[in-house]
Design a binder for this molecule. Structure first.
Ligand code: HEC
Length: 158
């Protein structure tokens, strides 16, 4: 059984070793979200939902739980954040064209309606991010209203 012991010791060393590799943190200031908020004007309720359920993966402002410090969880979270931001980043809203904004809000309505967002792996831990029917409806109404302006702008020559 000596090899089992050796294997466990090696595993422990590896686990300690990877703690020194830290993925870059996604913690810009909330100011980066201002252009998005100013343009789409979410109600207080919707703004709160975005904050608790979406910004962790779709903005430059992640609120990290303590276990996010621990590798390999930290790598896994970092991956989700990078992928979420790649698809949709509310902190980068200013750089999107009117058409892109319209498309993203269209996608948002679809994802929220189908219960695809926030990701299930996220709501398992963040219970408060689980959207109720009323919260889903509020998100959809807000996104539909914001889309009206973008779809008009998208039709005009830029
Ligand atoms: C745990 C991270 C995480 C959270 C929290 C999260 N998302 Fe996502 N989201 C992702 C990832 C990863 C993708 C890309 C892969 C996919 O579509 O499943 C994505 C994709 C999307 C897309 C599709 C964008 C496109 O153009 O393809 C929309 C829209 C979206 N999310 C909206 C939301 C909204 C709204 C919330 C909050 C109610 C939310 N997400 C919460 C990680 C997350």
């Amino acid at each position: 059984m000596i090899w089992v012991k050796r294997f466990l010791i090696l595993l422990l060393i590896a686990l300690i070793g990877i703690q020194f590799i830290r993925p870059e943190r996604n913690e810009d200031s909330y100011e980066s979200l201002e252009p998005f908020l100013a343009e789409t004007k979410p109600s207080e309720q919707v703004a709160a939902i975005l904050k608790t359920a979406c910004y962790d993966c779709h903005s430059n402002q992640t609120q990290y739980p303590w276990y996010a410090e621990v590798a390999p969880v930290s790598f896994w979270l970092s991956d989700h954040i990078q992928e979420g931001k790649h698809h949709l980043n509310f902190s980068a809203w200013q750089g999107y064209s009117a058409k892109r904004k319209d498309d993203k809000l269209d996608e948002l309505i679809e994802e929220v309606t189908d219960g695809e967002m926030p990701l299930e792996s996220y709501t398992l831990i963040h219970q408060d991010a689980h959207l109720t029917r009323a919260q889903t409806d509020a998100m959809i109404t807000w996104a539909k209203t914001a889309r009206i302006i973008y779809s008009l702008k998208a039709d005009l020559p830029q």
